[in-house]
Design a protein around this ligand. Structure first.
Ligand SMILES: C[S@@+](CC[C@H](N)C(=O)[O-])C[C@H]1O[C@@H](n2cnc3c(N)ncnc32)[C@H](O)[C@@H]1O
Length: 227
């Protein structure tokens, strides 16, 4: 029986280290944790969701795939009600603002003991800004094409001196390992988004976005004929 894992979640799994104890926050169907256990990648999985319905579907799916004994389930807003005994926190398929509120409520996560794998659907720049202002360093960020959409997955570690400029909050240095094709696509995607905010708005544009756009337009790497 094949686990129905999207390319997006598969990319999150590729950031998990062998033997990691994983906490999947916002687990919904639970497939990420099930895949990690079925493939011998994670040693244990905490699956948590804020809603009972998705959590119950994770419980059922874990039994269906025979990994129920290695997963524990918690009804929890973020990490509030889960045990702290894990190495890697995965948070996927949510908005950047939700992730910021989950991380802000858990300062105890700020330690070398924990690594974060974050895959955000919207407000990604806001999340990067929060990370950079709060001692979290984006070590690596992979761009994933899922159908016609582009997403990124970030590997984040606690490291007290890391700073992103406004432009880097939209197009961070951690993206540099991606193929040129993906980098070009992602660059176009963020610049178009910023142009919509900055150029097409009648009211005064957000100065952070204005500065970010200016920086990105001047990025030597991103001049028309190189990226
Ligand atoms: C769109 S689903 C994504 C599911 C899965 N992680 C994925 O990427 O396919 C988002 C899930 O996060 C849960 N969620 C939203 N806010 C949450 C929070 N503050 N704490 C825990 N779970 C949350 C929702 O109930 C939902 O099941």
């Amino acid at each position: 029986m094949k686990i129905p894992l999207s390319d997006r979640l598969q990319a999150c799994c590729s950031f998990v280290h062998p033997g990691d104890r994983v906490a999947d926050i916002g687990c919904d169907h639970g497939y990420l944790g099930i895949y990690l256990l079925k493939n011998g990648i994670a040693s244990s999985v905490i699956a948590a969701d804020i809603r009972e319905g998705p959590l119950q579907s994770a419980v059922k799916n874990s039994e269906k795939f025979g990994v129920g004994d290695k997963m524990t389930f918690y009804l929890s807003d973020g990490v509030r009600n889960i045990p702290r005994a894990f190495d890697t926190l995965v948070c996927a398929g949510m908005g950047g603002d939700t992730m910021v509120s989950i991380l802000s409520a858990a300062p105890w996560l700020k330690s070398e003991k924990h690594r974060l794998i974050l895959q955000c659907q919207t407000k990604t720049a806001l999340l990067r800004k929060y990370l950079s202002e709060n001692g979290w360093c984006i070590q690596k960020e992979a761009i994933i094409r899922d159908g016609k959409f582009l997403y990124t997955v970030m590997e984040v570690i606690w490291q007290d001196s890391y700073y992103l400029t406004p432009g880097q909050c939209y197009f961070p240095p951690a993206l540099s390992d991606n193929s040129e094709e993906l980098l070009r696509g992602y660059y176009r995607y963020v610049v178009q988004g910023l142009e919509n905010i900055v150029l097409n708005r009648k009211e005064q544009a957000d100065p952070f976005a204005v500065q970010a756009l200016e920086e990105l337009k001047n990025l030597p790497l991103c001049k028309e004929n190189t990226l």
